[in-house]
Design a protein around this ligand. Structure first.
Ligand code: SF4
Length: 621
C-alpha cells in the first residue's frame, strides 16, 4: 500500500465478514482503507486474522461501489437524488401499510444491531409486517431457532475459550477453516498444544481432517440427523447419560421413546459408516470429562439446520455437558452479525412468512412489495431460476446494498449504503461478544448508512424518526433484549463484552430423516470455499487470489468413470437447472458426492440446487 506506517490513521473496529467477530485495526489515509494493522494484543485471537480479515477489505473502496440512488424509469435504472428515491419508496410502503400481508422484507445479518433494530421498527412496528427474515432462513437462523426451542435462548451455550479447555471436540462438517478461519486456528492450537481429541462428522474431508490424530466420520450427505440420533441411542442403551442432569430437563421420556426404534446397524448402513464407529464415537463423547460440539455453518447448507442443532443439543443435555467449562455446543453463524439478528428476533412471528415462504409468496403473487437490505437471494438462495422468476412477479422491489448485485439489478429502486468501515454501532459475534464498531472513513459517494436510510423511511411514515441516533437505538436494545441489560456502546471498550444467556432446557424429538438416493446420480453438497464468505468476498482481492472462481469438486474415482480431467469444463444438471463449471479432481470427497461453493454470481451453483439437504445431479461434458 502507498503510505508510510506513521502516516496511517489507525482505527480499531470489528471485522465485517464472519461470525467469529475478530477485532481489527484499519489503516486509513486520505479517506481510504489502505491496510489492516497487526496488533498481537487485540482480541481473543491475539491479533491473528484470516485472509478475509487481513486482505479482504478492498471491497470498501471498490470501484464497483454504488455511489448514488437509482430509480427505474422507462424500464431502466437511472441515477436519482435521495429525496426522489426515498419519496418513491416511502409512498409505496405507505400503500402497503393497508395490506401488510402483501409486504415482505429480507435483511442481511451483516448489518449492525442498531440497523437491525431500525429494520424491525420500520417493518414490524410501523408497517405491521410479519414477513421478515434474515440469512435466508436456511442457515444460522434455522440453527438458532433450534437452540431457542432446546435451550430457551437462540444462542450457543458455550464460548470460544471452551475450545482450549475441552477434552473431546466434536465438529460437524469440516469447513470451520473455510467459514470461520480464526476458529479453525483455535482448533489447531487445541489439538496440537492441549492434545484435544478431535472428531469430525462430515460429508467430506477438509483441512481440519488433516490435523494430527483427527478422526473424520465421512457419512453420506443428508444423513447427519440419523447419525446424531444413533449416537444418542447408544449413550442411552449403554447407560452413559448423566441421570441427575436429565432429571431436571423436560421432554426426556418422549424423546427417549422416539429413539427406541433406532437400529444402529441400519443407521450405519444408511450413513455409510460401521456400527462400531458410531458406538465408539458415542461412548468416547459421553465418557470424556469435557466434550464440546462445534457447529460452524454457512448459507450453503440448506435443509434440516434447525433439527440438526436440536439433535446435537440433545446429546449435550443427555450427558450433562451444558453449562460447564470446556463443554456444551458452539453454533457459529456465517455472517458477522448472525447472532445479533437472532438476539433481536429478526424473523417472522407466528403467521408471518420466513425467507423461503417469502420467495414462494412472490411467485404466487401474494407478496407484491419486497424490501431487501443487503441480501442477494438471486445468487445465495437455492434454485436460482425459481428465485429470479419469483422476483420478476413483484409489483415493487427495493434493494439497499453496497453494489449493484444480481438482485439489485432487478429492483425498481436501489439505495446505496455504507460498508462496515463507514459505520458506528455494534455487532454480536457468534461467540456471544457484543463489540463496538467504529467509523474509519466517511461514507463513499453519497451512500448512507443502513441505519440512516431505515430511520428516514420510518420518519417519512410516522412523522418522526424511530431514533435520534445510533446510541439511542443501542439503549433500546439494552432495555428490551435479554442479556444486553446494563451495556452501553461506549462501555463496550476495545474488547467487547460477552453477554450472558439463560433459559429452560428441553429435549426435542427430531426425526431421523434420510434422503432417498436417486440411482445413477451424484449427491451435490454446497458450502463455502476457502477464504470466501457469502457473496461479499468476491469483491476482496485476498479471497479472489486464493479462490478466484467457482468449481465442481469430484472424487478421483468418479472423475475417472466420467472421463473428466482436473481443470476440464463439465456440465452439471439437476431437476432445476444446469451449469458449466471447471472440474477440481481430488480425494477430499467420498465416491458419489460432488461439491461446489456458492459465492460466485457468474457461475452460481444455486442454478442447480433445489433447497433440500441434497441435490441429485448428473455430471457430463
Ligand atoms: Fe474476519 Fe472471520 Fe476472518 Fe476473523 S475469522 S478475520 S472475523 S473473516
Amino acid at each position: 500500500f502507498k503510505a508510510r506506517w506513521w502516516a496511517l490513521n489507525k482505527v480499531k473496529t470489528v471485522c465485517g465478514y464472519c461470525g467469529t467477530g475478530c477485532q481489527l485495526t484499519l489503516g486509513v489515509k486520505d479517506n481510504k482503507v489502505l491496510t489492516t494493522v497487526y496488533d498481537e494484543n487485540q482480541g481473543f485471537h491475539n491479533g491473528q486474522l484470516c485472509t478475509r480479515g487481513r486482505w479482504g477489505y478492498q471491497f470498501v473502496n471498490s470501484e464497483k461501489r454504488l455511489t448514488t440512488p437509482l430509480v427505474k424509469k422507462n424500464g431502466a435504472l437511472q441515477p436519482a437524488s435521495w429525496d426522489e428515491a426515498l419519496a418513491v419508496v416511502s409512498s409505496r410502503l405507505k400503500e402497503a401499510k393497508s395490506s401488510p400481508d402483501t409486504l415482505a422484507a429480507l435483511v442481511t445479518p451483516r448489518l449492525t444491531n442498531e440497523e437491525l433494530l431500525a429494520f424491525r421498527k420500520l417493518f414490524k412496528d410501523q408497517l405491521g409486517c410479519d414477513n421478515i427474515d434474515h440469512s435466508a432462513g436456511y442457515a444460522h437462523s434455522a440453527l438458532t431457532a433450534g437452540a431457542k426451542e432446546s435451550l430457551g435462548y437462540p444462542s450457543s451455550p458455550s464460548v470460544v475459550a471452551d475450545i482450549q479447555k475441552t477434552n473431546l471436540l466434536l465438529v460437524i462438517k469440516t469447513d470451520a477453516y473455510d467459514t470461520h478461519p480464526v476458529v479453525g486456528f483455535e482448533i489447531n492450537l487445541a489439538v496440537k498444544r492441549q492434545g484435544v481429541d478431535l472428531r469430525i462428522i462430515s460429508d467430506k474431508k477438509g483441512k481440519l481432517s488433516r490435523l494430527p490424530d483427527a478422526t473424520t466420520y465421512v457419512h453420506k450427505p443428508g444423513t447427519e440427523l440419523a447419525l446424531v440420533n444413533a449416537i444418542a441411542k447408544v449413550i442411552i442403551d449403554e447407560n452413559l447419560q448423566d441421570a441427575a442432569a436429565v432429571e431436571l430437563i423436560n421432554g426426556f421420556a418422549a424423546w427417549k421413546a422416539s429413539l427406541e426404534s433406532v437400529a444402529i446397524d441400519q443407521v450405519a448402513a444408511q450413513c455409510g459408516l460401521q456400527a462400531e464407529e458410531i458406538k465408539s464415537l458415542a461412548t468416547d463423547y459421553a465418557k470424556a470429562e469435557k466434550s464440546l460440539i462445534l457447529l460452524p455453518t454457512g448459507l450453503g447448507y440448506p435443509g434440516h439446520g434447525k433439527e440438526l442443532a436440536q439433535a446435537l443439543i440433545n446429546l449435550a443435555l443427555l450427558t450433562g455437558k451444558v453449562g460447564k467449562e470446556g463443554c456444551g455446543a458452539l453454533i457459529l453463524g456465517e455472517k458477522n452479525n448472525s447472532q445479533g439478528a437472532a438476539d433481536l428476533s429478526i424473523h417472522p412471528t407466528s403467521g408471518g412468512k420466513g425467507a423461503q415462504a417469502i420467495i414462494a409468496g412472490c411467485a404466487a403473487g401474494s407478496v407484491k412489495t419486497l424490501f431487501i437490505a443487503g441480501e442477494n437471494p438471486v445468487v445465495s438462495y437455492p434454485n436460482r431460476k425459481q428465485v429470479e422468476d419469483a422476483l420478476g412477479k413483484l409489483e415493487f422491489l427495493v434493494v439497499q446494498d453496497l453494489f449493484l448485485t444480481e438482485t439489485a439489478a432487478k429492483a425498481d429502486v436501489v439505495l446505496p449504503v455504507c460498508s462496515f468501515a463507514e459505520k458506528d454501532g455494534s455487532y454480536t459475534s457468534a461467540l456471544g461478544a457484543v463489540q463496538r464498531l467504529n467509523r474509519a472513513i466517511p461514507a463513499v459517494g453519497s451512500s448512507r448508512s443502513d441505519f440512516q436510510v431505515l430511520n428516514d423511511l420510518y420518519a417519512a411514515l410516522a412523522g418522526t424518526p424511530a431514533f435520534s441516533d445510533v446510541n439511542s437505538a443501542f439503549q433500546e436494545i439494552v432495555a428490551t433484549v435479554p442479556g444486553y441489560a446494563g451495556l452501553s456502546l461506549d462501555g463496550l471498550g476495545d474488547n467487547g463484552i460477552v453477554r450472558p444467556v439463560s433459559g429452560k432446557s428441553s429435549f426435542v424429538t427430531v426425526a431421523s430423516t434420510v434422503p432417498a438416493a436417486e440411482p445413477g446420480k451424484l449427491a451435490l453438497v454446497t458450502g463455502s470455499a476457502l477464504n470466501h464468505s457469502g457473496t461479499l468476498s468476491v469483491y476482496g482481492e485476498g479471497p479472489m487470489l486464493v479462490c478466484p472462481e467457482a468449481f465442481l469438486e469430484l472424487n478421483r474415482e468418479d472423475a475417472k468413470a466420467l472421463t473428466v480431467k482436473d481443470g476440464e469444463e463439465v456440465l452439471v444438471k439437476s431437476a432445476t437447472g444446469e451449469l458449466r463449471l471447471k472440474a477440481k479432481v481430488g480425494s477430499r470427497l467420498p465416491q458419489g458426492v460432488v461439491f461446489a461453493p456458492y459465492h460466485f454470481a457468474n457461475a452460481s451453483i444455486n442454478t442447480v440446487t433445489t433447497g433440500s439437504a441434497v441435490t441429485w445431479v448428473t455430471v457430463g461434458k
